[in-house]
Ligand binder design. Structure first.
Ligand code: UPG
Length: 410
């Protein structure tokens, strides 16, 4: 196990952005947890939504006086091939799950669990990757409740994968899911906590003119002066970059000069990323208006989400979809699919548009509607910012998390 390096956060800094009541609620829960030592475990320090959340949650919990650590599994490609298969299976894919794969999962998770020190009062395991630690953790920390935080879309899991994960997940003390529809899929007490974005992170903070200007230069030949559609997502089959490409092509028929940016990262625990990236890049080859971009720094992602006229998130499954709130916070309307957590964030006709996940043509038509109407884009953008401020910023998520942890420790 290893602990990622983190930058400090201070709760005081959120006072200008977040309602005082939300901060008071957070501080009062934090006081009740001040004698507890909490550990979060996941499978990657970089790339993807879970690492994005923990990078902000962990330092802010510590600033609030709640002693919180974050450890990342030490594992190799073989393990990550197994856990990506489990991830895909839970989201509904008919992915393989053989006995040797299960054995790999068990041995890596047990080996990591043996390294956890025995002074924690509560452990939060994120997603299926570390769940296999449960028996060893119970031996080492017999009094510490174990919480499973599931970030996955559990709308239609494949039965084999669900059975395998349930073997472990049904033995945790409590689970947390991102939407009420996912609670109850596994028979264990479950509360819903919506994820959130950090308005002060490098990815989401406001940018001054000089920074925007240097980021523009970095993104050249992509231009913020011509109409621009963007998607920011790991290269992953569920993110449906091919659907976005089809929507873009439909929109470009009506908006000459329209550009598309497909920005994607290679998360450390995602062995499919390179292959999906290569397929997307090949599909878009010969279209100079399509920019397939990899591993951009957070400041550049920030500038891209601001510079885009419309963001598209046409996922086929999506536990929540931080990228939707990231764009709305920057006043960029989003066209997204009616899956998972996306409809919690996009109010159709108020902050963006919702489309059927199979209907790329409808997505393209909605992009055109938005590009054709500057006022509508501005209004949706302003609504989106306030919707995220009310519901999807970091202090609210940590308060909800603390609320669950206090219940579990009770
Ligand atoms: N990102 C980058 N650079 C890229 C691509 C992505 O920084 O090139 C970031 C993106 O800005 C966002 C994160 O990676 O902060 C991706 O998060 P998200 O959109 O939530 O997707 P996942 O990585 O799939 O995250 C998982 C779930 C998702 C959920 C999240 C937190 O699939 O639905 O919102 O966990 O619960």
């Amino acid at each position: 196990m290893h602990a990622p390096a983190l930058s400090d956060r201070s709760i005081e800094a959120y006072a200008d952005t977040v309602e005082a009541e939300q901060l008071d609620r957070l501080r009062s829960f934090a006081e009740e947890l001040e004698d507890d030592r909490i550990l979060h475990v996941n499978s990657t320090a970089t790339g993807g939504g879970v690492a994005e959340l923990l990078r902000s949650i962990v330092p802010l919990c510590n600033d609030l006086g709640v002693d919180t650590d974050w450890l990342v599994l030490d594992a190799d490609d073989e393990f990550f091939a197994v856990t990506k298969s489990i991830h895909n299976g839970l989201q509904g894919d008919d992915a393989p799950l053989t006995d040797p794969m299960k054995a790999t999962y068990r041995s890596v998770t047990e080996r990591n669990a043996a390294e956890v020190d025995d002074e924690y009062d509560l452990v939060v395991l994120h997603d299926p990757q570390p769940l296999g630690m449960i028996d060893r953790l119970r031996e080492r920390l017999p009094d510490a409740p174990i919480v499973w935080r599931c970030h996955i879309d559990l709308t239609d899991p494949s039965p084999d994968h669900l059975a395998f994960v349930t073997e472990y997940a049904s033995r945790v003390d409590h689970a947390i899911a991102s939407r009420s529809d996912y609670a109850g899929v596994i028979d264990v007490p479950t509360r819903v906590v919506h994820p959130s974005i950090d308005p002060l992170s490098e990815k989401n903070r406001s940018l001054d003119e000089a920074t925007v200007s240097s980021e523009r230069d970095r993104l050249y030949p992509l231009s913020f002066d011509a109409p621009l559609v963007a998607q920011v997502s790991r290269f992953d089959p569920w993110k449906d970059q091919f659907g976005t490409l089809a929507a873009f092509r439909r929109a470009r028929d009506e908006i000459p000069g329209l550009q598309l940016a497909l920005a994607g990262a290679m998360a450390g625990d995602d062995p499919e990323a390179l292959e999906v990236y290569e397929r997307v890049a090949k599909d878009a080859a010969g279209e100079p208006h399509v920019h397939v971009l990899t591993d951009l720094p957070d400041t550049t992602i920030n500038a891209l989400q601001r510079g885009a006229d419309v963001v598209v998130q046409k996922s086929l499954r999506e536990g929540f979809g931080l990228v939707v709130s990231e764009a709305l916070w920057k006043r960029t309307p989003v066209v997204g699919s009616t899956v998972g957590g996306i409809p919690l964030q996009i109010e159709d006709g108020r902050t963006g548009h919702l489309v059927d996940p199979d209907d790329a043509q409808a997505a393209g038509a909605r992009v055109v509607d938005l590009l054709d109407d500057d006022d509508r884009r501005r209004t949706f953008g302003a609504n989106g910012r306030e919707h995220v401020r009310d519901r999807f910023l970091l202090p609210r998520q940590i308060a909800d998390l603390f609320d669950v942890l206090l219940d579990v420790l009770d």
